[in-house]
Design a protein around this ligand. Structure first.
Ligand SMILES: [Zn+2]
Length: 279
């Protein structure tokens, strides 16, 4: 899933290419695409695009005072629509601009989870953005310590992915941040020492910055395989820090990758899949 760095850099690219251009038409191409009834998307017609900013993992197309909040989820992509065909494959929605260009939201696979919310006024105070914690690259170390205290009993990996504590991180960055901070992905949110919270904060900034730099050097959003990292999707490969093998704890929908030497004092965490067989 595209996380904060991928959507941020993509928003910057779209802003560079489309800002200032008035909207001519918005059309939902799938009945699952539009998540709101009011206001009408037509209320944005004629308004120039102010820019495409991001909040967490979501894109915000600002046609002030109307905005379109776009959640790409796993397989969604928002790209220039060269063909503007009547029934594009996986097509969810299209924004056509006054200069004839268009942006097309598509979703690969059959999830049908990606979608568009139309908002009047400040979208940050409305669903689906209102419930998000602060963007992960904006929190201070003091804020992070307070947010961890407000989310007791959570495993660190789950806390980082949750979006209510901090927003913008997914499975990949949760894996990378725990590794960069030299913390167990299963450390308890409220049991981190001041030094550990400081390491976590520093690792969040470093991992986001690294991905953002990579992503800003591209013409289009990267695929998950291309993104930089040390442990994510690197099961059984060597840890670049210490040479130990990268280990995995498998869940049905994702994998927690970690290095025992760097993160858990050498302790090998129980692999859910294996433990179930052993019971
Ligand atoms: Zn290591």
């Amino acid at each position: 899933m595209p996380e904060l760095p991928e959507v941020r850099a993509h928003g910057e690219r779209l802003t560079d290419a489309y800002a200032g251009t008035p909207l001519e038409q918005f059309r939902a191409l799938s009945f699952t695409a539009l998540k709101t009834f009011s206001p009408s998307p037509d209320d944005a017609v004629g308004n120039p695009l102010v820019g495409v900013r991001t909040r967490g993992k979501l894109l915000v197309l600002d046609f002030a005072p109307i905005s379109f909040v776009v959640h790409l989820m796993q397989g969604g992509r928002l790209r220039p629509d060269e063909k503007q065909s009547a029934k594009p494959q996986g097509g969810l929605a299209r924004w056509r601009f006054a200069d004839g260009r268009a942006l097309l939201l598509t979703e690969a696979g059959k999830d049908r989870k990606a979608g568009v919310w139309v908002r009047d006024g400040d979208p940050d105070t409305q669903e689906p953005l209102a419930e998000l914690g602060p963007d992960a690259d904006t929190v201070t170390v003091e804020q992070l310590a307070a947010i961890l205290r407000e989310h007791p009993g959570m495993r660190l990996h789950g806390f980082l992915r949750d979006q209510h504590g901090v927003a913008g991180l997914g499975r990949r960055l949760a894996n990378e941040i725990c590794h960069a901070a030299k913390l167990s992905p299963f450390a308890t949110s409220t049991k981190l020492t001041d030094d550990e919270v400081a390491r976590l904060h520093d690792a969040m900034r470093r991992c986001i910055d690294e991905s953002l730099t990579y992503e800003r050097g591209r013409d289009d959003m990267s695929s998950s395989k291309e993104r930089p990292g040390s442990v994510h999707h690197r099961t059984k490969q060597a840890c670049p820090e210490c040479g130990d093998v990268v280990r995995a704890v498998e869940y049905s929908k994702y994998t927690v990758n970690y290095c025992a030497t760097c993160q858990t004092g050498g302790k090998v965490l129980a692999d859910n899949t294996t433990s179930r067989f052993l019971k």
